[in-house]
Design a protein around this ligand. Structure first.
Ligand SMILES: Cc1cc2nc3c(=O)[nH]c(=O)nc-3n(C[C@H](O)[C@H](O)[C@H](O)COP(=O)(O)OP(=O)(O)OC[C@H]3O[C@@H](n4cnc5c(N)ncnc54)[C@H](O)[C@@H]3O)c2cc1C
Length: 512
């Protein structure tokens, strides 16, 4: 048996039969097996939009060697060591799963609820405006990753083995198999609500324990070692362990402040802020494809960047056919984000438009991590205080670009209200100017861009602070404390946070 990789240009609505026929023609044989390695949509020529597909083919007719695929190796240990993981998001889940499979005794502590209960609470929140931290978009089983858009893209270059493990785990738990080869893989919130509980169930089958609706509110230490965490909520008390992994995400400022108060070293770091923009998906499809729909492709998606003078702006976390959501971390803050289901068949498309930002830029001087959190929290409160509700200020993109009064706003997917407002009053001047310059450039790249609406505060693109990590991945100055995932400041998004959790777990497995 030999192997070759071939690249095929395929129509967007190609069938399995056509794919087989084309592979057969390419290798001059009808006997082969194949695996799609990569698939991306090429829409540069609007009259010839197609998939470029890279395929690995195995056949008697071929002479090449099958490439070796490097797999994540989990060394099995005989150990009585206990690991306490705070946070049941992608980082916490994957760290816990690896350690439990390796033979450690792992307990996950999660302040939010299980997916089913979270779902009910989110529905109630969107209907009544009553916020419940057990069931917001940020907290609970699966973390911020569950009710997300479920895009599984990552720009980190050093995580290919971890990424394969994450995708394999997702596919075994019910994710669509094409995530393994799409350039922009997407599972959607509806699938994540099934995938995450399936992975947790697997973790429990290996002997792992999860405590939901219980918050880590205390840390006990002895010199440079953490000895236990104090929890309160559905379960309360002290949980002792040998290793403590904090995979707490970046929405719980309360926990950040607890870690800082216990001497964990954090510094500020740059991140990005801005607002969400929303368009009609059909208009966007037409702008990008010169037709309203394309067979075989769910919805058009864009990734835009703009070099502004000074600085730059970019779109982030685009959700085709999705919905803008109120992802407030508490009852007095307002933060927007976006999600979509697998079918991406909603009427609207949304995306963040953001610009790099540091809270030191806002303070005008060097500040501590704690002060940075206060400043960001104030900004999130300002958006809530605008109407003392989860309604958000919004404007037409054309008004930002050309000026003029905003009398009315178009229909939106956002469950709360949009209130016409001048967004320049909500952002630091330099930030607003960069966002405005970005919108001007985006509207030249996509002719429908000006027709959209800009709304709310997008402040959770990544963590505003990062911990000081030692070479062995411990968080300084402690020797058995690990902070991983988005809350550590070293990852952003589902895949890179899960990969950071895996790397942390593997480090514990090899070091101890
Ligand atoms: C609406 C929305 C859409 C998104 N869409 C995407 C997307 O499409 N693709 C993508 O890559 N990323 C997306 N993201 C970002 C992504 O969800 C995060 O990057 C990812 O979940 C980070 O993983 P994590 O495990 O580090 O942290 P998190 O997922 O934030 O998990 C941290 C967990 O720790 C828990 N916790 C915090 N403090 C405590 C405490 N004191 N005690 C106990 N538990 C605690 C929290 O409740 C939470 O469940 C989205 C985020 C949101 C909110």
């Amino acid at each position: 048996m030999g192997y070759a990789e071939i690249t095929l240009k395929l129509p967007t609505d190609y069938s399995e039969d056509l794919l087989r026929k084309k592979i057969g023609e390419e290798i001059s044989s009808r006997n082969f097996t194949f695996r799609i390695l990569k698939r991306s949509l090429d829409a540069r020529n609007k009259r010839d939009i197609h998939f470029m597909t890279r395929i690995g083919v195995t056949s008697d007719n071929l002479s090449g060697n099958t490439p070796e695929i490097q797999k994540l190796e989990i060394i099995k240990k005989q150990t009585y060591k206990k690991v306490v993981v705070t946070g049941c998001g992608p980082a916490g889940i994957f760290a816990a799963l690896i350690l439990q499979k390796a033979g450690f005794h792992v307990t996950i502590i999660e302040k939010g609820a299980e997916v089913a209960k979270r779902n009910e609470k989110i529905t109630e929140f969107e209907k009544t405006g009553t916020f419940d931290s057990l069931g917001g978009y940020c907290f609970g089983e699966g973390g911020a990753g569950t009710f997300s858009d479920g895009k599984l893209t990552s720009r980190t270059k050093t995580i290919s083995v971890e990424k394969d493990f994450i995708f394999d785990t997702f596919i075994k738990a019910g994710a669509p198999s094409e995530i393994a080869f799409e350039t922009y893989p997407h599972v959607g919130s509806d699938n994540l609500k099934k995938i995450i509980p399936a992975i947790i169930s697997d973790f429990r089958n290996y002997g792992g324990k999860v405590i939901f609706e219980s918050e880590v509110t205390g840390i006990f230490k002895n010199g440079d070692r953490i000895t236990a965490v104090g929890i309160s909520g559905k379960e309360s008390g002290k949980i002792e362990g040998d290793f403590f992994i904090f995979a707490n995400g970046h929405s719980s400022f309360k926990l950040y402040k607890l870690l800082i108060s216990q001497g964990v070293l954090f510094t500020t770091k740059p991140f990005a802020i801005g607002f969400r923009v929303e368009h009609l998906q059909e208009e966007l499809n037409f702008s990008m494809w010169r037709r309203y729909s394309l067979p075989g492709v769910k919805a058009a998606e864009y990734h835009l960047t703009a070099d502004c003078d000074p600085g730059h702006a970019f779109t982030f976390c685009m959700c085709p056919g999705g919905k803008v959501v109120q992802s407030a971390p508490d009852e007095i803050s307002s933060v927007v984000n976006g999600m979509s289901n697998y079918a991406r068949n909603g009427k609207f498309a949304n995306s963040a438009v953001v610009t790099p930002f540091s809270l030191e830029e806002l303070a005008g001087k060097e500040i501590s991590a704690g002060k940075a959190l206060d400043l960001l929290e104030n900004m999130e409160h300002d958006f809530y205080n605008f109407r003392k509700s989860f309604d958000i200020p919004a404007t037409r993109i054309s008004s930002i670009i050309h000026g003029g009064k905003i009398a009315d706003l178009p229909e939106s997917s956002f469950s709360f209200g949009l209130v016409p407002a001048d967004l320049s009053e909500f952002f630091p001047k330099t930030v607003y100017e960069r966002l405005k310059a970005g919108l001007q450039i985006f509207s030249k790249k996509l002719d429908c861009f000006e027709n959209g609406t800009a709304m709310g505060l997008e402040s959770k693109t990544s963590a505003p602070i990062k911990c000081l990590r030692n070479q062995d991945l411990t968080a300084a100055p402690f020797t058995n404390l690990y902070i991983c995932g988005e809350g550590s400041g070293y990852s952003g998004g589902i895949v890179s946070s899960a990969a950071d959790g895996i790397k942390t777990a593997l480090k514990i497995v090899t070091d101890f």
